[in-house]
Write a new protein. Structure first.
Length: 202
């Protein structure tokens, strides 16, 4: 029976949130490297100068005159600290963009069947008789199954995931594939058990 499973809104929201979170962290690292750490160093240096002049008691008033908090920075951030913020910012940006691109490529995907074939998430039409295996090791616990096929001499596979794709239609597709494989296996066994035809008498 034809079925169609689309990517769930939960999966799409989770992947989009993760991508945006990484990009948000990247912005945080870039801000610290460009603005936050230099400003902290400016306050730290000003306080140290007052301490060296024996005027540390003037710090609260001086900080207020500059519009700063009177809390003294714990340390001075050297060049390695600042460069490190840009490195982490770059890594977070790279990861966030990769995840965002993955989300964009996956969010509209569909697994579906008709009377003769199953259509993989990438749109590949796979006739049922081209399916050569169904990996079910993680199906019962995780809802993951690997569909292996061979079309025009080319082997391929795709994953049935009843968390990423709508659960009920994904399970229906899994059952349809499983039933057709079992039917084919039974037919092959029946053919091998059939007696060989008698040779005509001379």
């Amino acid at each position: 029976m034809p079925a169609e499973a689309r990517v769930t809104s939960t999966w799409k929201m989770q992947r989009l949130f993760a991508a945006l979170a990484l990009l948000g962290y990247a912005a945080y690292f870039f801000f610290d490297g460009q603005v936050g750490y230099p400003r902290s160093n400016e306050r730290w240096t000003a306080h140290e100068n007052l301490v060296k002049q024996g005027k540390d008691e003037e710090w609260p008033a001086y900080a207020a005159s500059r519009g700063w908090t009177d809390k003294v920075p714990e340390k001075y951030f050297d060049r390695d600290h600042i460069v490190g913020q840009f490195v982490w910012g770059g890594l977070m940006t790279f990861g966030g963009l990769l995840l965002l691109a993955y989300w964009a490529s996956q969010k509209g995907r569909v697994i579906k069947t008709d009377s003769e074939a199953v259509y993989a998430p990438d749109g590949q039409r796979v006739p049922f008789d081209a399916i050569v295996g169904l990996g079910k090791k993680n199906w019962d616990k995780k809802g993951l199954a690997i569909v292996r096929y061979e079309v025009d001499g080319k082997k391929g596979q795709f994953t049935l995931d009843d968390y990423k794709f709508e659960q009920d239609p994904t399970q229906a597709i899994f059952k349809e594939i499983e039933d057709k494989l079992l039917a084919e296996s039974a037919e092959e066994e029946g053919s091998s058990d059939a007696p060989a035809p008698e040779e005509p008498a001379p």
